[in-house]
Design a binder for this molecule. Structure first.
Ligand code: SAM
Length: 336
């Protein structure tokens, strides 16, 4: 592809190897999680601004050439975009990609999980913030918990492994459900991960008091179901992992970006659905690679652009600093 000397593994200016690309394929979603998207008056990006699958593939090939070996397809809700399976199939064929995952709300998984697995998807992460129908409806704006639970079963039946369930915990909303989620993990062999609520929300409702420290949830679970630490060799992993001491299946993880930031080992970079590179969830600047791509740039030129963006990757987020500025775009537009 290239005549120019490119690094085999790109590193940012702090020496962190960048291995992990999150690709958002749409800003649209069929759910309206109150902290992520307004119920009405959501303005979608015009279709022409959204990268086509061909464009995503071209860019991903360049990223992979630069050392990316983990891909995650996300959104918005990636399964609302037509024929996501065809994109997964092409991404799965890229040489040197070791890990191909997707994040979804699971609403469409029954009937499609098997096809995704056959297309080459290896594992899946499902977002689920409540196990009670009323609370689920309150959180998501949709009365569809049963469909999501069925989607989780479909993912398990299709052999996607592991099936991770991500639960964003908000004080006073769903912080009483940790034990239920632990029981859900044990019953189904799921990897349940609790995520601290971050200031990336719609409507700027985030307050520090709404954050439930992962350690608090861990202690609550540990008193009922003792946990043992799982030591992972992968330092860039976002979750601190625990298994059940009694040998029950499943795992519990804690993603604590607010109380225990893990920026020092961050290996992630993001491509938004409208073709911007983001070097941090909390970036206040983006790099418009779509413009360059659509101007007919060569792969070398695209690679050079990516390297320049990576060079400027932030050392850390500033959630805990008084001068913190919340990014303009919410998680659904950035790609969670
Ligand atoms: N639609 C897909 C889904 O539901 O998994 C993928 C996109 S969604 C934006 C990805 C994840 O971001 C979800 O688990 C959601 O709960 C999480 N998220 C959104 N806003 C967040 C915030 N302010 N803090 C923490 N997590 C957030």
């Amino acid at each position: 592809m290239s005549s120019v000397d490119l690094p085999i593994m790109m590193k940012d200016s702090y020496g962190r190897a960048i291995r992990d690309l999150r690709i958002s394929i749409t800003d649209r979603c069929n759910f309206r999680c109150f902290y992520c998207m307004p119920k009405e008056a959501m303005e979608w990006q015009p279709k022409a601004e959204i990268l086509s699958y061909e464009e995503i593939l071209t860019l991903t090939e360049v990223f992979v050439r630069l050392g990316i070996n983990k891909l995650r397809v996300t959104g918005g809700e990636p399964m609302v975009r037509r024929d996501v399976e065809s994109l997964i199939e092409k991404l799965a064929q890229l040489e040197d990609v070791e890990d191909l995952a997707m994040t979804t709300n699971a609403h469409f998984l029954r009937g499609r999980a098997k096809g995704l697995k056959e297309a080459g998807l290896q594992r899946i992460t499902i977002s689920l913030d409540s196990l009670t129908p009323e609370r689920f409806a309150l959180l998501t704006g949709r009365n569809e918990l049963a469909q999501v639970l069925d989607g989780i079963d479909a993912a398990l039946e299709a052999g996607l492994f592991p099936v991770k369930v991500n639960c964003v915990v908000i004080r006073g909303i769903n912080d009483d459900q940790a034990i239920r989620f632990a029981e859900f993990a044990r019953a189904k062999g799921l990897f349940v991960r609790f995520i601290e609520f971050m200031p990336l929300d719609n409507g700027k409702i985030w307050r520090r008091e709404m954050v439930v420290p992962g350690d608090e949830l861990r202690q609550n679970i540990h008193t009922i179901y003792p946990l043992e630490r799982v030591n992972s060799a992968n330092l860039s992993e976002t979750a601190r992992r625990w298994r059940f001491a009694d040998g029950a299946p499943g795992e519990i993880g804690f993603i604590n970006p607010v109380t225990q930031p893990f920026c020092g080992h961050c290996s992630r970079i993001r491509l938004t659905a409208d073709g911007m590179i983001r070097t941090c969830l909390f970036s206040t600047v983006e790099y418009n690679i779509k413009r360059l791509l659509r101007s007919g740039a060569t792969c070398d030129e695209l690679a050079g652009f990516i390297l320049t963006a990576v060079e400027k990757k932030e050392d850390r987020h500033h959630i805990n600093d008084p001068e913190f500025v919340q990014p303009l775009r919410t998680m659904s537009c950035i790609g969670g």
